[in-house]
Design a protein around this ligand. Structure first.
Ligand SMILES: [Zn+2]
Length: 280
């Protein structure tokens, strides 16, 4: 039999820790949801962390990247850093931390958070046990496994006659507008969530919902499913709470959007601009 193909992605996830961390392991150490980084916004080495006397409450094995074993660690809530290091929210590290390391940090923080919040059974309060066979914790009495949680959400670029529907949430920084997004509810498909959310937020009816791309979004634990859709009927009407402003915009008359090109909302807007003669 031929050798199996090598794993087709650079990071190979695995739940079971190897006997030895090997050379130059990668460690994502968190205080709450903040990652320990150097003042140059790079990942500290294990030696750096040990030298600061930081002791993890719990650690988790994540898998390996280019032969380096990767771990996550939960530091105590009052952990303090030495000079030259700081704790940073992952949102502020887009573009400064290496892209692959940022993605792994997003994976790591969710596993740390899942492990921290699933130490006891939600039914009978018995301490849970880590599974040998997959990334889960189970109650020895109830046998109910719990896995890291993912919240699927949809995000959509709605288009009408070469215009895109953009809206402002009250949570956005002043002046910023973006495409519509919302969580998928139990029992609905992502396409149904698109149709429901667009209607709930703007009273617009859409058709031809078409998958675009997806992105892991660890704020706190979403998988963003991106779609394009076409206007079908209705006039924009907003509730003034979830959405405080909404409108149709042509590619040459766009409002202020989130700066950068790191999130799927920006990829959707860029795709619209490119197809309408305004992209590079
Ligand atoms: Zn139980």
């Amino acid at each position: 039999m031929a050798d199996p193909s090598p794993f087709p992605l650079p990071f190979v996830p695995h739940h079971k820790s190897p006997e030895s961390p090997g050379e130059n392991p990668v460690l994502f150490a968190f205080r709450g949801r903040e990652l320990l980084v150097t003042s140059e916004l790079a990942l500290p080495s294990v030696t750096d962390i040990d030298a600061q006397g930081l002791e993890a409450v719990r650690t988790q094995y994540l898998g390996h990247l280019d032969g380096r074993h990767c771990y996550s660690a939960e530091l105590p809530g009052d952990a303090a850093t030495a000079e030259g290091f700081r704790f940073a929210d992952l949102r502020t590290l887009f573009g400064s931390l290496d892209e692959m390391m940022h993605a792994l940090a997003g994976r790591a923080v969710q596993i740390v958070e899942w492990d921290r919040t699933h130490q006891f059974c939600g039914v009978c309060a018995e301490p849970t046990e880590l599974s040998e066979t997959d990334r889960s914790r189970s109650c020895p009495k109830c046998k109910i496994p719990t896995y890291p949680r993912l919240a699927p959400a949809m995000i959509v670029a709605v288009e009408k006659d070469n215009q895109i529907l953009l809206a402002r949430s009250p949570h956005f920084p002043a002046g910023i507008m973006s495409v519509l997004a919302g969580f998928v509810e139990p029992g609905e498909s992502a396409e149904e969530a698109v149709i429901r959310e667009v209607h709930e937020e703007t009273s617009i009816v859409v058709k031809d919902v078409e998958y675009f791309a997806s992105q892991a979004w660890p704020f706190p634990n979403s998988l963003m499913l991106g779609f394009r859709a076409t206007y079908d009927a209705g006039e924009i009407a907003i509730d003034g709470e979830e959405i405080v402003e909404a409108g149709w915009f042509a590619a040459d008359a766009m409002p202020t959007a989130f700066p950068g090109n790191v999130s799927i909302s920006q990829w959707l807007i860029r795709d619209f601009l490119t197809r309408n003669g305004q992209g590079e």
